[in-house]
Design a binder for this molecule. Structure first.
Ligand SMILES: N[C@@H](CCC(=O)N[C@@H](CS)C(=O)NCC(=O)O)C(=O)O
Length: 283
């Protein structure tokens, strides 16, 4: 038995959910605990004891010396737990390298989907973001961080998170309208250029029909939640709705277009039962 700490709002938690489906886990084999990211409960002192980064997913088990707090480690654990099912890590060293390359690629800071969810390049874009539910998310986090850091000043996570979330809070709430906001707009603009370059590079390193070759591997299970989240953050309605994200990126990189390999791979992976079970719609 193990416990998976997760959230429906988390892309990286879905690496674990996809692995649970792909490896055929039964619901009675584990306990699932939702961590309310939208209300900042990932910062709760009891949760931070499990995961000092205050992120999901996390996985605990009596058989583990310490909790697993990286989606990649959780995926390896889940893969090993059902050795009778095909492994998500190919045997060929070349394909294994490809898997690791693809996983590292989508985990790069420059490809964080927070760019699409929270950042803005100008005042109208900021106003749109403020009108969305994410305004409340930033406020909830601030409230929880302030509360928990007062009761648990010894937790090292709180001070840096108060600072980074505070910058967003001040911009969203009109407390910062000067040069720091201009810097933030410029960083977001650069962020879209970097994001476009990252998507181009992904297209060039992807294999077909699946990300690392002829079968579904750990690489597919990392790229799916990342891209699904990016498409959804941009306002994608259908699973294959690339247009809203493409349009957003084109405001900074006019020539940007999703690559044909990426689209082909997405078509293949989204036809699998594992995908359909976890992504009846984008999230
Ligand atoms: N490197 C970690 C990243 C986990 C992560 O950033 N999770 C996000 C949700 S997708 C989170 O919990 N964010 C909460 C926060 O940073 O406050 C992994 O792959 O598991």
């Amino acid at each position: 038995m193990f416990t998976l700490y997760t959230s429906t709002a988390s892309q990286w938690a879905y690496v674990a959910h996809l692995a649970l489906t792909e490896k055929g886990y039964e619901p009675q084999e584990y306990t699932e605990k939702q961590v309310d990211l939208v209300n900042g409960e990932n910062f709760a002192p009891d949760y931070v004891k499990i995961n000092p980064n205050g992120t999901v997913p996390s996985l605990t088990s009596d058989t583990l010396a310490e909790p697993l707090i990286e989606s990649g480690d959780i995926l390896e654990y889940l893969d090993a737990g059902h050795p009778e099912r095909p492994s998500l890590f190919p045997e060929s060293p070349e394909q294994r390298r490809k898997v690791q390359e693809l996983i590292a690629h989508v985990h790069q800071d420059q490809l964080s989907t927070n760019l699409i969810l929270l950042d803005a390049r100008n005042v109208p874009e900021l106003e749109e973001k403020k009108a969305s539910g994410w305004n409340g998310f930033i406020g909830n986090r601030r409230e929880k961080l302030v509360k928990y850091s007062a009761s648990h000043p010894e937790v090292p996570l709180y001070a840096p998170r108060i600072a980074s979330n505070g910058r967003l809070y001040d911009i969203y709430n009109g407390k910062e309208t000067g040069s720091d906001r201009e810097d933030w707009f410029a960083e977001s603009l650069q962020g879209y250029k970097d994001f476009a370059a990252g998507l181009d590079e992904l297209d060039s390193i992807l294999s077909l029909p699946y990300a690392a070759g002829d079968r579904v591997t750990a690489a597919d299970l990392h790229i799916v939640p990342w891209l699904a989240h990016a498409l959804w953050d941009a306002g994608g309605a259908q699973v294959d709705d690339f247009n809203p994200l493409q349009t957003l990126i084109r405001k900074s990189v006019p020539e940007f277009a999703f690559g044909s390999k990426t689209k082909e791979w997405w078509k293949n992976i989204s036809a699998t039962e594992t995908f359909k079970k976890n992504y009846p719609s984008l999230h």
